[in-house]
Design a binder for this molecule. Sequence first.
Ligand code: ACO
Length: 401
Amino acid sequence: GLDISALLKTTGDTTLDVGFVNTASCTSEITYIDGDAGILRYRGYPIEQLAEKSTFLETTYLLIYGELPSPSELEAFDQRLRRHTLLVEDMKNFFDGFPRDAHPMSVLSSAVSALGTFYQDSHDPHDPEAVEISTIRLLAKVPTIASYAFRKSQGQSLLYPDNNYDLVENFLWMTFGQPTENYEMDPELAKALDLLFILHADHEQNCSTSTVRLVGSSEANLFNAISAGIHALSGPLHGGANSAVLTMLSQIQRDGGDVKEFVRRVKNKEDGVKLMGFGHRVYKNYDPRAAIVKKTAHQLFEKAGPNPLLDLAMELEQTALEDDYFVERKLYPNVDFYTGLIYESMGFPSNMFTVLFAIGRLPGWIAQYREMITDPATKIGRPRQVYTGSPARDYVPSSER
Ligand code: ACO
């Protein structure tokens, strides 16, 4: 019942845009999305081409430095990252301090923030060298921290990185390796995870990226801005959707597998139930990342054997795509609809799914922070509001209340 136009008159030229549905907060050269056409490009390159031909390491370089690397540039970048994967030994105290059932996403964000305390020499956001070394440290150490968060939750000892491995393989080794056993790297598993990281690597001004930019706009250092981004990603409406999808599929299966009944409940908004993994603020068409993930899921499960939850997911997708409720609202599967199934088949527990998203999104957050901090047009982020509270009134002494 708010008369917005009247409010606007009283608040000068302030515009109310709840959830920033129509407001651009910056200009950016990093990622292009056309939500109606289902197009996503990093630095101009279509996501389909990067998914097929690039690697996560190369895509990371592309996002952060703006161009695809030459072979020698990529080699130098790879070697540099490999030298920075270890954590300061004192960092281990943090992992010891968390309760075993702590959510790994909270462990990750806290540890990234803590990591910054060991590198106070590189906090100046306007010193390009400081930002560069912080970039390398974060890219190299976040997978180590993520694997430690996992092992902590499993009650397992922490493994040192093996820098003969590349970034993604090293993460798999530190996560699933055992100190007394030979670890056999599964190249197909590493390749599938690498692909998922590419698909998550940037997505312009989503909730977590906007958080990184907003925190960074106060000239907070890169570690603190990234830690804030991880917190933003943890919610079920953002990065947490991938594990929420699996919970939803398992629940439908436990209830007898009646997809139509579940869709009916969603449409009636019973108990606020949503079709998790569906809908997107920007895509009003099939999320191009979801199409690639779906294909990957099929390839993986062809080898691993049938998965009843995949069948359920496909039935759910088909039912929704043929239903007026979803058609009218332009709700299509987003990237998270099929990723949880893949992560589970790789051996990750569901509370690690969002951590995997964070590893993938890290290059995007860093690229966006660097663009923001070097853009002369940047100002501290400070939205306005439309005040709807009480008009001026006089203080009432407590004896008269
Ligand atoms: N299931 C059922 N209905 C939905 C869904 C859904 N998943 N998503 C949107 N709707 C409905 C809304 O209820 C609303 O209907 P109404 O007009 O009758 O009230 C309409 O579609 C428009 O939805 P909004 O909530 O206004 O869209 P918004 O852009 O604010 O939200 C969001 C986008 C948060 C992604 C939403 O679609 C959602 O909650 N989806 C489920 C969670 C999810 O999958 N998140 C992952 C997003 S992708 C990512 O972070 C990588």
